[in-house]
Structure formats: C-alpha cells, structure tokens
Design a protein. Sequence first.
Length: 278
Amino acid sequence: MRGLMLADGRRVPVLGQGTWHMGEAREQRAAEVAALRHGLDLGMTLIDTAEMYGDGGGEAVVAEAIAGRRDEVFVVSKAYPQNAGRQSLPQACAGSLRRLRIERIDLYLLHWRGSIPLGESVAAFEALRAAGKIGAWGVSNFDAADMAELTGLPGGAACATNQVLYNPQARGIEFDLLAWAAARSMPLMAYSPVGQGGRLLRAPALRRVADRRGATPAQVALAWAVRHAGVIAIPKATTPAHVQENAAAAALTLDAADLAEIDAAFPPPQRKQPLAIL
Ligand SMILES: NC(=O)c1ccc[n+]([C@@H]2O[C@H](COP(=O)([O-])OP(=O)(O)OC[C@H]3O[C@@H](n4cnc5c(N)ncnc54)[C@H](OP(=O)(O)O)[C@@H]3O)[C@@H](O)[C@H]2O)c1
C-alpha cells in the first residue's frame, strides 16, 4: 500500500484503521479483533486508538489484534486532555502501554486541547520520548492558531501530526491547516473519513463518481481524503466487507472530473471556518 514517511523515518500506510466504539461490547470483541487483523493482512498497518475508547476497552482489543505481530504495526494512542500534565501523562501512558501490552506507543497524541498549559504537555511528551515509552508525539483537534502556538513553544516543533476531522462534508482544513502542515512536511491524520458510514455515503455525487470508477462511495471518500500527499486516513470498520473495501481504496486515484463533481456537491472553503470536531 502507498505510504508516507514520518519525521522519525518510519513509514506508515496512507490508510490505517480506527477503533472508536471498539471494546465497548463483549459480544463484538471477536469480530473487532478479526477485523483489525484482516486490515493488517491487507496493509492497513497503522492502528489508531485512545484511552477514551471503550474506557480502555479499545486498547485491549488492539492488544489482542496485534499479539504476535507487534513489529508489523504502527500503534497510535491518545491521552485525555486532563491527563496531559507533568505527572498525569506518564501515568496515562503507562495505563495505555499496559492495556496495549506493548513496550512503546509509536505515536502518542493529546486527544484535544484542555486547560493544562501546552508547554507543560510538550515537556511531558518529550520526557516520555526520551524514556523510550513513545516513539513520537502529536495532537488532535488543534486548529491553525493552536498549531502556531504549539510549534512556537520550546520543543513544540517536534509535534509529529495533528489528527482532525476530514471528509467531503468537513473540509474547512483546506483553507489553512492543510497547507500549513504541508509547508512543514507534517502529516495530517483524517478521522471519520467515511463520515461514520452515514449521509455522506448516500450523497449522489459520491455515488456517481463511484459508479463511474467501479468503486463504492466509501472508497471514493477515502481516495479523496488521501489525494493530498501528507494525509493519512483512518477509517474504522468491523464488518469484513468494509475492511476489504477500505484497503482496496488505496489503489483508487480520482481524476479532475471526479474531484470537480465532489467540489460541486461539497464546495471547498472560501474563508476561515472554525475547526470541525466530533
Ligand atoms: N481524534 C479524535 O477526536 C477522533 C474523533 C473521531 C474519530 N477518531 C478516530 O478516527 C477513526 C475513524 O473515525 P470514525 O470511527 O468516527 O468514523 P468512520 O471511520 O468515518 O466511520 C466508521 C463507520 O463507518 C462504517 N464503515 C466503515 N467502512 C465502511 C465502508 N467501506 N462502507 C460503508 N460503511 C463503512 C463502519 O461500519 P462497521 O464498523 O460496521 O464496518 C462504522 O460504522 C475512529 O475510529 C478513531 O480511531 C478520532
């Protein structure tokens, strides 16, 4: 699968796997583990989780899915904002490592901005990195002004990514954040790239492009998100057919006519929009 290089030299695929809502229901567990393993087999070797998902249950599902194949997988997890302090972050990280049953989180994110000063969080992330508990750190749900502030702090330029909502229904980042990140060679991670399987996938424009390309609307949405060189999309799927479909989307390249059709239905931003958040 097509990939991109992170600042620390590690290569990740442009399509990874999300895990929100996994680990919430016991009866779903086997299907969730199987879906993630299937996704790994198909090259979606980046897995995104968070201490928040299923109250730690999401990380436990990931642990089961990656057991015996840790070296194939790039693990991303996230800390609650209230856990991003000097003392709380090492504790939160230890909890995630324990649930994930790994020695090191490849990329550890601040889930969203809270009230702990950013400078303190940066220092806490850097200390974890120096201790080998994490490979790199980044943020999520940071708007352009937050990113400017963060990267201006001592150590803040080490931020490896910003994970944000991005799909044709939510393309405000195209006005500022996307170009800002590209100028710094900082990859962005697109969450909810298939619009959580809802209205987006029933949009006539996506359906028309999909029919023309012999693809599905979800594949069109994924190909659309990763058409930018620095974007990684992390669809979540438990249904085996969805996993298969999503992985195959990496081979789809949209042409100018496809993109124009999507633009007509979902116009790109003409002015600054506050960052959309779920
Ligand atoms: N940082 C943040 O604040 C934040 C916020 C939201 C999400 N995230 C991360 O991003 C990941 C993805 O976002 P998301 O889970 O919100 O939404 P999503 O990936 O856009 O959508 C997931 C939903 O779409 C369905 N689906 C997946 N592939 C499909 C396909 N090919 N065709 C039709 N339906 C499909 C899934 O169904 P099945 O499960 O039945 O296959 C699931 O119900 C999350 O899981 C999480 O890891 C991060």
